[in-house]
Design a protein around this ligand. Structure first.
Ligand SMILES: [Zn+2]
Length: 118
């Protein structure tokens, strides 16, 4: 076998290995997407049921619920967009973080918190 043929064979093997890994990765990603879609569907059902309970039992109409959603969106944007300067390294860090992403120091501002923040 010539050097050129040996090189081609090695490249073919490498290409096949990459194709197999890509295919496996795609299968894994598809499985994860399906799981997330299943969870999202379940959360959507739970939310709709809670929405209806609140609307009927708490006598809280759809306009008030929609207004509350707008307030939550606005509060969340403010919380997540807020930046603090780290007291140790002085870098600007999202206030929603517990620790500085650059040096790990705890961030002093505790106004951020919502159980729904990451
Ligand atoms: Zn820092």
């Amino acid at each position: 076998m010539s050097d050129e043929n040996r090189r081609d064979t090695a490249q073919d093997l490498e290409s096949r290995r990459i194709a197999r890994n890509s295919s496996r990765q795609a299968e894994t990603n598809n499985a994860r997407i399906e799981e997330l879609e299943r969870k999202l569907g379940k959360l959507s059902l739970i939310t709709e049921a809670l929405w209806e309970i609140v609307a009927s039992e708490a006598n809280y109409g759809e306009p008030e619920l929609l207004q509350k959603i707008e307030m939550v969106v606005s509060d969340r944007e403010q919380r997540l967009g807020k930046k603090l300067s780290c007291s140790r390294c002085n870098m600007l860090v999202a206030a929603s973080k517990e620790k500085c992403i650059y040096c790990g120091a705890a961030l002093a501002d505790k106004t951020r918190s919502s159980p729904f923040d990451e």
